[in-house]
Design a protein around this ligand. Structure first.
Ligand code: PRP
Ligand code: GLN
Ligand code: MG
Length: 571
């Protein structure tokens, strides 16, 4: 579940680089594996990306090269391809114009799209990254646009073509060199994307009100714009949240006029966002689809407590303990509803990041112990209810139950704010294989045995959905969610059959991923040795100016070499 952010500042002399770094830092919880940004300075693009956390990727000497008043940034949690830094984003293609993409989500018809791009239109696809396909599809669609219509129309038509071809979950940003920034959300709105602005210069001093819609914003060149995965980035940067980008909508920010244009580019969008954003991915202080994530988690806690009371009226719980971090909001309200004390029985090491989105089961397992430690007095001799937001592979739950017992708990009960996860997620959460899921082919009693707890209670799906729906403002067009990992129903509607899951399993089970990583790192190191001979590449101490030359195919970042997608059309 990556984090994406794009900015256009009204003043050409201002740089977006620091705002992008700050925004990405706030979105870090969505992707910890790699980070990157590209900025546009007049007709020159500057790119920096690498594996690592945002704070490790951007150093002062990179920032000095990342000039320009428009740019996009990305922090990555890989769900396709490898985690090689060649697949870190933004990705770039030099034809037409010079285009970069930052993408959150996952595309499911990648085979068909790769065949179309390679065999039908002759564009080179160099990796298994689905984002590379998204980039090339847009580039191809723009190339084909008829002359004589406005650039704005060309862009929206190209986005419509991309949406017509891509199946899956995607929220994305394209930076088009010399033209502007395009943001878009898939026709189901599976992945989130919000839009904000702030007044600048004289318009800020005159106290103009923040425009309520992009159409109005189009008339005010004194406005800075931001688009981000979550509103928390908009708040932190000092912008005002305007609204969610609608399913199937694109917003084009013209860097030459400062104007903002929006259009719904899909003939029949439906509003079915991924409910797992509310459960786990999003920060609680974000507003998504007009709903406060924090409040939805309080509701989840309340409904969970009611279910526990229904199932175990004499539960005998002495204390309610959250499993930090994400479950805290939900556990707080569950304790309140159960009328039992809420206690911080586990202390989180603030230097260990989220474990579920770490690559590899061994790393995840080890990290749980490094991340959490017990306050023994909260467990000794007590019946403890442990609350987590979700149980996926059971890595956290298994370790935590044992730690609670080691700390002297009499009984350990376990509850999850989300229903059992029994199906793969194919839209941008890396839950690719059923066999890895603790709830696959197991009922609650078997799961409790596996976790080592006395019992386990899961939220009902209807209650989870209600926890968000009851907070929607009247008349909101969201009627349903993508709940596929709980229900097995996939909102994009195409047939997701056994063959698809088998392929997914073969590509993305832990072992296959490990093998791919070791392969791609050896390819990368041999690619690095090419850097002395390549042509038309300009490297600037890590941050790189990308050539517009259609022939050039390379970029380099401190030894991070990407042969991805730079060769223009190979007709
Ligand atoms: O059953 P599992 O496979 O262990 O996955 C589920 C756990 O992973 C997540 O925590 P994570 O540590 O990623 O993030 P958090 O600190 O935000 O809770 C989630 O909140 C659960 O605790
Ligand atoms: N988590 C995501 O949104 C991943 C985006 C894209 N599928 C990638 O793997 O890079
Ligand atoms: Mg957790």
């Amino acid at each position: 579940m990556c984090g994406i952010i794009g900015l256009l500042l009204a003043d050409e002399n201002q740089f977006v680089n620091q705002l992008l770094v700050d925004g990405l830092t706030v979105l870090q919880h969505r992707g910890q594996d790699a980070a990157g940004m590209v900025t546009a300075e007049r007709r020159r693009l500057h790119l920096r990306k690498d594996n690592g956390l945002v704070r490790d990727v951007f150093h002062t000497h990179h920032m000095m090269e990342l000039r320009g008043n428009v740019g996009i940034g990305h922090c990555r949690y890989p769900t396709a391809g490898s985690s090689s830094c060649a697949e870190a984003q933004p990705l770039y293609t030099n034809y037409p114009y010079g285009i970069c993409v930052a993408h959150n989500g996952n595309i499911t018809n990648t085979q068909e799209l790769t065949e179309y791009l390679q065999d039908t239109v002759g564009r080179h696809v160099n990796t298994e990254s689905d984002s590379e396909l998204l980039l090339n599809l847009f580039a191809e669609a723009l190339t084909k646009q008829e002359k004589g219509i406005s650039t704005t129309d060309q862009i929206f038509k190209a986005i419509a073509e991309v949406m017509g071809k891509c199946i899956g979950g995607y929220a994305g940003l394209y930076l088009i060199n010399g033209i502007g920034l395009v943001s878009f959300r898939d026709p189901h709105g599976i992945r989130p994307l919000v839009f904000g602005c702030r007044k600048t210069g004289s318009s800020a001093k005159n106290g103009n009100t923040v425009p309520a819609s992009p159409a109005r914003m189009g008339s005010d060149p004194q406005v800075d714009y931001v688009v981000a995965s979550e509103s928390v980035a908009i708040d932190t940067l000092g912008f005002d949240l305007v609204r969610d980008i609608k399913p199937g909508e694109a917003i084009f920010l013209d860097m030459n006029t400062g104007q903002c244009h929006s259009r719904v580019c899909h003939p029949n969008p439906t509003y079915t966002p991924c409910i797992f954003e509310y459960v786990y991915f999003a920060r609680p202080d974000s507003i998504m689809d007009k709903v406060s994530v924090y409040e939805s988690r309080l509701k989840m806690g309340e409904k969970l407590a009611e279910k526990i009371i229904r199932l175990y009226p004499d539960h005998g719980i002495d204390v309610v303990v959250p499993i930090p971090d994400t479950s805290r909001t939900c556990a707080l309200q569950a304790a309140y509803r159960l009328n039992r004390p809420f206690r911080e029985g586990f202390i989180k090491n603030r230097y260990i990041a989220r474990t579920f989105i770490m690559p590899g089961q061994e790393t995840r397992k080890k990290s749980v112990r490094l991340k959490l430690n017990t306050i023994k007095s909260e467990f000794a001799g007590k019946n403890v209810l442990l609350v987590d937001d979700s149980i996926v592979r059971g890595t956290t739950g298994h370790e935590i139950v044992q730690m609670a017992r080691d700390a002297g708990a009499k009984k350990v009960f376990f509850t999850s704010a989300a229903p059992p996860i029994r199906f793969p997620n194919i839209y941008g959460v890396d839950i690719p294989t059923r066999e890895e899921l603790i709830a696959y082919n197991r009922d609650e009693v078997e799961i409790a045995a596996k976790l080592g707890s006395d019992w386990v209670v899961y939220q009902d799906l209807a209650d989870l959905e209600d926890s968000v729906k009851c907070l929607l403002p009247p008349g909101h067009s969201l009627k349903d969610f993508d709940t596929s990992c709980f229900s097995g129903t996939y909102v994009t509607g195409q047939k997701i059959g056994d063959e698809y899951f088998e392929k997914l399993y073969n590509k993305r089970n832990d072992k296959a991923k490990q093998m791919r990583e070791s392969r791609s790192s050896s390819v990368l190191s041999s690619a690095s040795s090419l850097s002395l001979t390549r042509m038309a590449m300009q490297s600037n101490d890590g941050a790189e100016a990308i050539s517009n030359d259609k022939r050039s195919g390379y970029s380099s970042d401190d030894g991070c070499e990407s042969l991805t997608n730079k060769t223009g059309k190979a007709r």
